[in-house]
Design a protein around this ligand. Structure first.
Ligand code: GDP
Ligand code: IMO
Ligand code: MG
Length: 422
């Protein structure tokens, strides 16, 4: 049996915290990442200390859990090495609990360089990529050129690497990109030695055998549904399928094995990088959300764009993911607001509509809002649903009804146990 936890917005919904909580409290045996790479930044608090995970699944701090980096992920060996050193400082025995699929594609230093070169060439139209080499690595996967973790054991690995590097060099020359990447390459080869010592497995047999034995698997999404390469705000998206369908291809799991799909949404909305964001607030309320919510990128430190919750986009995300339960995070960030707004329709070409269009940044799209009274109470210490303010329950009831999927959990602080079950 497989359950999924994924983001319903543009990323940073609080997936790391929720996966860490669920892994422990709902007895999952295996936590698996199925897509994305070090563009992700998942924040956890362990023993009161903050740690950000980029590639290691967020179940790693529970010693009885197995963590798997699936075939759908793109892996940066250098980042992984640093991350392993970080988690080891918390006493984690990653050599015992972390497994990597042999089909996982490797991010090469030239992929990072190509990401940078491509973004620079786009000028004002840049995606706002994290520049971790994600796009070029997935391009080499679908273009059938990439190198995979399993290839590390091939005798021809170095020759194959050089061949691909030369191909990349020609592309970089076309971009007129001449930055020295020798230092990246040196680190990369050191990190490959480190990677060779890992438990490299056939991920699909590995996970299906566990499911067969009745073990519980939790698939951890990265990024968010609106950054999905097919259904997000293309071209301002990432390069993988971030939605629940990605679990099947990213781990080798059949669709009927998936049971619950937990979708996470903030009580408001954020986006980092370029692209349409209908409910973005460019005023002091947006600034307030950013400062109160500490909305600065976990991977790049960039300020996140902030705005009201967008129920049209959220309903769309629930539909394409088959969300069965919603987890609302960062509700405490709205504690001091007198008034809250939710977008429940888009005005396009003068008409009110409630669907996500082909291109959100066309047709003069404008959000239509409904206002709610703020609760103006500190909710960070609340431990049960009955203890939440009435105004907040009204807000949640509206979401439940609009989305047709229940908000079952409310996160009221970054702490490991700050989660109210409805
Ligand atoms: P992820 O990428 O989805 O894992 O999310 P990030 O870690 O990038 O960003 C979420 C941020 O919000 C982190 O700093 C978390 O510690 C924090 N966070 C998560 N849930 C809550 C919450 O309910 N309240 C508050 N105040 N912070 C939260
Ligand atoms: P987590 O898992 C928020 C955004 C980037 C950029 C676009 C493409 O922490 O939620 P990429 O590096 O993939 O080429 O960037 O996607 N992006 C994220 N935004 N959270 C993330 O991950 C993101 N990963 C990528 O900012 O707009
Ligand atoms: Mg993040």
């Amino acid at each position: 049996m497989v359950d999924v936890i994924l983001g319903l917005q543009w990323g940073d919904e609080g997936k790391g915290k929720i996966v860490d909580y669920f892994a422990k409290n709902y007895n999952y045996d295996v936590i698996a990442r199925f897509q994305g790479g070090p563009n992700a930044g998942h924040t956890l608090y362990v023993d009161g200390k903050k740690i950000v995970l980029h590639q290691i699944p967020s179940g790693i701090f529970h010693e009885d859990k197995i963590n798997l980096i699936g075939n759908g992920v793109v892996l940066d060996a250098t980042t992984l090495k640093k991350e392993c050193e970080n988690v080891a400082a918390f006493g984690v025995d990653y050599k015992k609990n972390l497994f990597i699929s042999e089909r996982t594609h490797l991010i090469l230093p030239t992929h990072r360089a190509l990401d940078k070169a491509s973004e620079m060439s786009k000028g004002q139209e840049k995606i706002g990529s994290t520049l971790k080499g994600i796009g070029p690595t997935y391009m080499d996967k679908t273009g059938r050129n990439g190198l995979r973790v399993g290839n590390l054991l091939d005798k021809s690995f170095t020759t194959d690497y050089i061949k691909l590097r030369m191909k990349h060099q020609r592309l970089l020359d076309n971009f007129n990109f001449h930055e020295d990447i020798n230092a990246w390459e040196e680190e990369f080869f050191e990190a490959l030695e480190f990677l060779r010592e890992f438990k490299i497995v056939n991920g699909e047999y590995f996970i299906n055998e566990k499911i067969q034995k009745g073990q519980r698997v939790l698939a951890e999404g990265a990024q968010g549904s609106m950054l999905d390469v097919d259904f997000g705000t293309f071209p301002f998206v990432t390069s993988s399928n971030t939605i629940s369908a990605g679990v099947c291809t990213g781990l080798g799991i059949a669709p009927q094995k998936i049971k619950e799909v937990f979708g996470i949404s903030k009580a408001y909305c954020t986006r980092v990088g370029s692209g349409p964001f209908p409910t973005e607030l460019l005023d002091e309320t947006g600034e307030l959300l950013r400062n109160t919510g500490n909305e600065f990128g976990s991977t790049t430190g960039r300020p996140r764009r902030c705005g009201w919750i967008d129920l049209v986009a959220l309903q769309f995300a629930c539909m394409i993911n088959g969300v069965t339960q919603i987890i609302m995070t960062k509700a405490d960030i709205l504690d001091n607001l007198e008034e809250l707004k939710v977008c429940n329709a888009y005005k396009m070409n003068g008409e009110e509509k409630s669907f996500v269009p082909f291109q959100m940044n066309k047709g003069g799209l404008e959000p239509v809002y409904q206002s709610f009274k703020g609760w103006q109470k500190d909710i960070t210490g609340v431990t049960d649903f009955a203890g939440l303010p009435t105004e907040m329950k009204t807000y949640v009831d509206y979401l439940n009804e609009f989305l047709g999927v229940p908000v079952k959990y409310i996160s009221n602080g970054p702490g490991r146990d700050q989660l109210v079950v409805a």
